[in-house]
Write a protein that binds this ligand. Structure first.
Ligand code: ADP
Ligand code: 5GP
Length: 208
């Protein structure tokens, strides 16, 4: 019955400083939920070792990205750490129409644009390390970025951490498994927000 009441899918939007553990937590989430769609962003940054085009990101040139902006192809986009990042509209609406949980890993600027457009169906989570020091250690230990890039990310993190209160939930990723359990609970709740259900149909079935 529940499926016949569902209006559309829901959005789970996560933000947090680069290196706080978003990808690690999402991997744990994907192991326990299904019927989700991870929104693959488009970016002008270079792929890291181990990243695949079309899987982690769609890697494009600055010119290609600027053309997409002109064509209004993005639900949201922003410049982060000196590169462009954006969420393409089409696959998002398709996944929502299919009733999926659509997952965004986007920055604070993107968060503000999505909330403005799709507040009712969006649940937001800010993820952080317990301390800035821990963030520096994780970025260094990950070994995927140069010192220059890490410094840029640390600087940006000090700005981003001021926005936690704007999000529905805050997860401090200290112990990975504990933090993953929290994210899983939030993801499950995102799908039962009352706004996700069509009240007219509910009342009809309820009265029958
Ligand atoms: P993000 O996706 O936010 O940039 P990652 O998931 O790539 O972050 O994590 C950054 C680094 O920190 C990785 O090397 C990852 O293995 C490590 N990491 C993630 N969560 C934890 C944790 N709770 N404790 C210790 N290290 C962690
Ligand atoms: P990274 O380069 O570490 O993969 O991502 C850097 C930052 O860009 C992270 O904070 C990530 O959440 C953000 N980001 C990734 N994709 C998008 C996107 O499509 N839009 C916006 N606004 N930010 C994004």
């Amino acid at each position: 019955m529940i499926n016949s009441l569902l209006n559309k899918g829901a959005i789970l939007l996560i933000s947090g400083p680069s290196g706080c553990g978003k990808s690690s937590l999402l991997k744990k989430l994907y192991a326990v939920i299904d019927n989700y769609y991870f929104s693959i962003s488009t970016t002008t940054r270079s792929p890291r070792i181990g990243e695949t085009d079309g899987v982690d990101y769609f890697f494009v040139t600055k010119e290609e990205f600027e053309q997409d902006i002109k064509d209004n192809s993005f639900l949201e986009w922003a410049e982060v750490h000196g590169n462009y990042y954006g969420t393409s509209l089409k696959p998002i609406y398709k996944a929502l129409d299919e009733g999926k949980l659509v997952i965004f890993d986007i920055d604070v600027q993107g968060f503000e644009q999505v909330i403005e457009k799709l507040r009712d169906i969006t649940t937001t989570v800010f993820i952080t390390t317990p301390t800035l020091k821990e963030l520096e250690q994780r970025l260094t230990a990950r070994g995927t970025d140069t010192i220059d890039v890490i410094e840029k990310r640390i600087k940006n993190a000090q700005v981003e951490i001021k926005y936690t209160e704007e999000y529905d939930y805050l997860i401090i990723n200290d112990d990975l498994d504990e933090a993953a359990d929290k994210l899983i609970s939030v993801a499950k709740s995102a799908l039962i927000k009352s706004k996700m259900f069509d009240n007219t149909t509910l009342v009809k079935i309820w009265n029958s």
